[in-house]
Design a protein around this ligand. Sequence first.
Ligand SMILES: Cc1cc2nc3c(=O)[nH]c(=O)nc-3n(C[C@H](O)[C@H](O)[C@H](O)COP(=O)(O)OP(=O)(O)OC[C@H]3O[C@@H](n4cnc5c(N)ncnc54)[C@H](O)[C@@H]3O)c2cc1C
Length: 433
Amino acid sequence: MYDVIVIGGGTGGYVASSLLASNDISVALVEKDIIGGTCIRTGCAPTIFENTLFSNIYRYREWGNYVGVDIGISIGDYKHKMKEIIDFLSNVGENVLKSRGVDVYYGEGKLISADTVEVGGKLLRANKIIISTGSEPIKQFPKRNVLDENTWINANFSGERVGIVGGGPAGVEFAQIISRQNSDVYLITHGELLSKYPLTVREKVKSILDWDGVRIFENRDVLKMEENVIVTTQETINVDKIILATGRVPVFPKGVENLVSLDVRGIIIDDNMRTSKGNIYAIGDVAKKPTPLLAHVAFEEAIIASLNILGKPTKIDYSSIPQVIYLDPKIGIVGNESEAEKFVEYPFSASSKAAITGYREGYVKLGIKGDRVVYGEIVGDQSDELISVISLFVKYRLPISKLLFTIFPHFTYSEIIINAMKRIYNIDSDLPY
Ligand SMILES: Cc1cc2nc3c(=O)[nH]c(=O)nc-3n(C[C@H](O)[C@H](O)[C@H](O)COP(=O)(O)OP(=O)(O)OC[C@H]3O[C@@H](n4cnc5c(N)ncnc54)[C@H](O)[C@@H]3O)c2cc1C
């Protein structure tokens, strides 16, 4: 009899298992594939790897001119490197779990009752169960040239015509990295591109993709899709490959429907990550929530569920979840734009640091309510890191009139954030713009 069985060894399940085990809780983790889940296998890790690679190559090509070095790329080599990184992260994860005393069972976990899970014909029992079985692409289209968010990673797109169906974050990230492999990319979306995002973000993303030569087709219904052709309400597009990035649905372990409340968007949870059956918890993409499906949300939910299991009652707070769209330049967003009474913007081109590094494209935009920052948007180099600074302001509702006397080091990009605040009082100072 274990204290806890965790079903699913992706981001959420990994964090919960290792955290509980290091607090002397006996844990059995059941995983049907490899440790790491979507984030490591096909999601965050490979997209961030490709984003970093192609952003750097573009930059190094420019800098290579100064020293007479011509920078090329071998698709075979970089795919090999990416596989090495994925294997490394997955293996490290497995070793950490084992070293902390987690018993890992490989196979599909099925819920037999509120305290029993079956895996490979073996019955495991525990006082508590955490379900962390993730999500999967909404549409499957089993044809050779039609890929999805799980299968894109193994394909070579170099020099091909690629149709991407779906204008969410995954679709736009795929569009840029694939267009940078000398491919013609057609991005087709049902409504507007990134329709759930603020207007300035949508416009910026369109101009970035436009610069990369991606052809964007908004407000189109796909009427027919064959291996080499996409027929929309307005055109026929001939392609060599298609990627479906049309959204994700929860993956429910067998038997769960008899035990807990759920709907098409996931398992219903309370603020403590508890399901309708008190000893069963759900975390990560499989848990229904008001935020996008993100690895750092799964992380946080794993911590909250674990603390509650450890007897430390703690509630989840979804109010300031940052999000990054991995384009070149990256885009970081946090908070609620509609709460803002006014906005203030500061461009990267007015930053001395950006003048030195050459990354002069982008801006910081803050949404202000009274004396507080309630929304932040950063486009530019390192915005994936910088957005966390604004997350602190948004989460703790810190007063701008005090914050703007925080001294940030010179030459840094973070000065752009403090200068945006100083601009409200007309005391900002860096380069003219
Ligand atoms: C293309 C793409 C890019 C992304 N980029 C980012 C990003 O940059 N940043 C970010 O924060 N998030 C990103 N995400 C989202 C992120 O990957 C997910 O939010 C995160 O992986 C969710 O973690 P999870 O533990 O809920 O599920 P998963 O990581 O999917 O793990 C679920 C695990 O459960 C296992 N499993 C399922 N059913 C069973 C069963 N019955 N028995 C045993 N095991 C089972 C699966 O094999 C899997 O390993 C991206 C996603 C995609 C698709």
